[in-house]
Ligand binder design. Structure first.
Ligand code: NAD
Length: 489
């Protein structure tokens, strides 16, 4: 059992109001791993007040060098605690070994220095020259300034990646932050808070409020006038609710939402089996990734061959040893999510798609929240299993007639997060890449996921970008200052 996790408010790790706690459940066996502080709206109120004070009354937003030095110390403490993040990623978020060595732990910890480099080397002031307007010749400077208090609202799938990708760039920009992790993964959020105290971050710059209530604390955070910007990752439905609420007071939103990403296998691909076999990555972290490839598009005449390759690949995905660095597949986060995925499998059958493999709970995994690696073939893109985000280990195979048809199908989605193409002809692959309306795109297995690469979506996959310079600038405001050319600069 893990010790009870706490809230971070104004530089102190503390209990929730009334010492309220709730159970933190392991996805692997459905058992309690410990209890988490169940923060209330009044705990949140204190956290927002602390963040506001730290922004308005300290030099955190303005003393860039001092702030970056403090964050370098924080980064070192986070990295030194890698085993705690790794263990909790496994025990609380259900991350299997392969995910811990990448998106669930090592990748985000490895990205921090790069984000701090962006901040350290950032040009906070630009001279855009003089202009004459209304008879006044003015010199203009464009200043970049921290946007203010940021609400970071995060999901349960890769909590450390998403918590850190919001908190570190926002703090580096000079903002102060209230982090509200998902109810399912409170301890990973609380750990960021505990280590901020250990690293000596100034009181109030980071606050962490965990809560069992999925929506109440989140909605109160979004509605609060003292919060300047909302950085959210999660479902498109919640993203729309947040955007609507934020519009009431014209607060800035950054939204990283759902996806239904397509991989197009072109007819000229040299190693068809390898390209098609990449579809087994739908099982990575049990398919709980917003940018996971969940639709595979193959030439119509090779559809049955592709189905046979994928059947073999998916049936070979092991999920017995969560500690193996080779294991890509884990449990779903919760009973609710397991039921949701199983419901989608029933929908696929009722829609007339061919269930090639999987479709149920594995016989040898009655505990926990597992769903078998599942493949539907003969899918048409108008089916709900091709249009809606399932967030489980479910791949749909869709035949196409020619390149134009493949592009049309890939783009026929409300989402636009990611995508891929496999071809032996780079020009042809690049042409496809230019025509696909998504925020990231991989060619022949090329990987866009990195701290210095902007990540985000077109269409209903979101607004704005995380990581890279674009991600850093989400946390900045722009001020244009002008003075007569004759005045001292
Ligand atoms: P969600 O979008 O409901 O929750 C994400 C976060 O938003 C959590 O911290 C939650 O507490 C908070 N939240 C919920 N309602 C809120 C509100 N009204 N105002 C402010 N914050 C609010 O996601 P979920 O319920 O955990 O999962 C549902 C589905 O979302 C999944 O099945 C999956 O399809 C999708 N999902 C997508 C991503 C992604 O990265 N795109 C991540 C997790 C889940």
């Amino acid at each position: 059992m893990y010790p009870n996790s706490k809230l971070l408010i104004d530089g102190e790790m503390c209990e929730a109001e009334g010492e309220a706690t709730y159970p933190d459940i392991s996805p692997w066996d459905g058992k309690e791993i410990g209890r988490a502080a169940d923060g209330s709206v009044s705990d949140l109120d204190r956290a927002i007040a602390a963040a506001r004070r730290a922004f308005d009354e300290s030099d955190w937003p303005t003393d860039h060098a001092k702030r970056i030095a403090a964050l370098r110390r924080y980064a070192a403490v986070l990295q030194a605690n890698r085993p705690r993040f790794a263990n909790l990623a496994r025990d609380e978020a259900g991350a299997p070994g392969a995910s811990i060595f990448s998106a669930a732990c090592d990748a985000p910890l490895g990205m921090i220095d790069g984000w701090l480099d962006v901040a350290e080397n950032y040009d906070w002031e630009q001279d855009i020259g003089t202009s004459e307007m209304f008879g006044i010749t003015s010199r203009r400077k464009v200043w970049k300034e921290a946007i203010g208090v940021v609400a970071a609202i995060t999901p349960w799938n890769v909590p450390t990646q998403i918590n850190i990708a919001k908190v570190l760039p926002a703090l580096a920009a000079g903002c102060t932050v209230v982090l509200k992790p998902a109810p399912e993964t409170p301890m990973l959020g609380s750990l960021l808070g505990e280590l901020a105290v250990e690293a000596g971050l100034p009181a109030g710059v980071l606050n962490v409020i965990t809560s069992a209530d999925a929506a109440t604390v989140g909605a109160a955070l979004v509605a609060d006038e003292r919060v300047d910007a909302i950085s959210f990752t999660g479902s498109t439905a919640t993203g729309k609710a947040i955007m609507a609420a934020a519009s009431e007071r014209v607060a800035k939103v950054f939204l990283e939402l759902g996806g239904k990403s397509a991989s197009i296998i072109l007819d000229d691909v040299e190693d068809f089996a390898q390209a098609v076999g990449s579809g087994a990555m739908v099982c990575f972290h049990a398919g709980q990734g917003c940018a996971t490839i969940t639709r595979m598009l193959v030439p119509r005449e090779r559809h049955d061959e592709a189905a046979a390759i994928l059947k073999h690949a998916l049936e070979g995905v092991a999920y017995q040893d969560p500690n193996s660095p080779m294991q890509i597949m884990g449990s779903l986060i919760s009973r609710r999510q397991q039921e949701r995925v199983l419901e989608y499998i029933e929908i696929g059958k009722a829609e007339g798609a061919t269930l090639v493999t999987g479709g149920g709970i594995p016989e040898d995994k009655p505990e926990g929240f597992f769903v078998e690696p599942t493949l539907f073939a003969n899918v048409t893109n108008d089916m709900r299993i091709a249009q809606e985000e399932i967030f489980g280990p479910v791949l749909v195979l869709i035949p196409y007639d020619d390149d134009d048809d493949a592009v049309r199908i890939a783009n026929d989605s409300v989402y636009g997060l990611s995508g891929a193409v496999h071809s032996s002809n780079m020009e042809r692959a690049l042409d496809i890449a230019r025509r696909i309306r998504t925020g990231t795109f991989g060619i022949n297995g090329g990987m866009w996921y990195a701290g210095d690469a902007p990540f985000g979506g077109y269409k209903q996959s979101g607004i704005g970008r995380e990581s890279g310079i674009e991600g850093f600038e989400e946390y900045l405001e722009t001020k244009c200052v002008a003075f007569p050319e004759s005045a001292a600069a």
